[in-house]
Design a protein around this ligand. Structure first.
Ligand code: HPA
Length: 277
């Protein structure tokens, strides 16, 4: 008998509950080069992905592979330190499983962070973008296949995929933190090869401001279970595909993710205490 997504979810939840009974109200997924955000967690309890039945094990550079529970700026939080990407070979439904688990652990909102290239000419490496919306260019959807109504509806609404009220709180938090904040549209691609310059011009022309290899499947899964999403992109490289386009390197991406990551940390320090109960 094939194992259903609901059975996988229940097994994963039971595995985590063998280690901790904490009930975080806020979940964060840490993107490439942003794992240091977990350093601010007080009173941490870590659960390695290998301890969670049916869970994928993350292999991307800059990614540990564990859930970290603890207090973050006064909030009970759970962080995914290391996320799952299509380019590692994980199925879209594996990515969804992790988000369902965060919600079943108690999360009432999901903060997704990622590293992204700037399609928008006016964005620079080291900046932070609040995700206003996304376009899924991966060619896949994590809800493909049989739907389990015990998880969520067949056709979830995505018209406000990145919660506008929470985004207003992000803007206010960035202002209090003295951090400039871009706000724009994230184009999700499968990777792992980077985009050609022609593709980048196409994504830009379609209205996207930043491009990256994560997040869209997580946000779709969150919508499936009614979990509001905040998205923050660390802008790590210019990806305009224009005549001055330089070759991209992973070293540049990781180095600039650290710069943007410090800014994201400062914004989160203001945001987390201001989130609704
Ligand atoms: N393209 C796709 N993913 C990325 C990029 C990019 O330019 N930079 C960081 N993640």
């Amino acid at each position: 008998m094939p194992v259903s997504q609901l059975q996988r979810l229940e097994a994963a939840l039971a595995a985590v509950r063998k280690t901790t009974d904490r009930t975080p109200d806020t979940a964060l997924i840490l993107g490439s080069g942003l794992g240091q955000l977990a350093d601010a967690v007080a009173d941490p309890v870590a659960v390695g992905y290998e301890e969670i039945a049916g869970f994928p094990v993350s292999t991307a550079p800059g990614h540990a592979g564990r859930l970290v529970f603890g207090r973050l700026h006064g909030r009970e939080a759970v962080l995914m330190q290391g996320r799952f990407h299509l380019y590692e070979g994980w199925a879209p439904r594996d990515i969804a499983l992790a988000v369902y688990l965060l919600q079943r652990l108690g999360a009432r909102r999901l903060i997704v962070t990622n590293a992204a290239g700037a399609l928008n000419e006016s964005y620079g490496p080291g900046e932070v973008m609040a995700i206003a919306d996304h376009m899924n260019f991966t060619g896949s959807d994590p809800l493909t296949g049989a739907n389990d109504e015990a998880i969520g509806p067949r056709f979830p609404d995505l018209s406000r995929a990145y919660d506008p009220a929470l985004r207003a709180l992000v803007r206010a938090a960035a202002e209090r933190a003295g951090q400039p904040l871009q706000e724009g549209i994230y184009a999700g691609v499968a990777g792992p090869s980077l985009e050609t310059s022609a593709e980048r011009r196409f994504y830009r022309a379609s209205g996207a401001d930043a491009v990256g290899m994560s997040t869209v499947h997580e946000t779709i899964a969150a919508a499936h279970v009614g979990l509001p999403v905040i998205g923050l992109s660390a802008i790590t490289n210019k990806a305009t595909g224009g005549p001055d386009q330089q070759p991209d390197t992973i070293e540049e991406v990781i180095a600039n993710a650290a710069v943007s990551g410090r800014k994201i940390a400062a914004i989160l320090a203001e945001l987390l205490p201001a989130l609704p109960a």
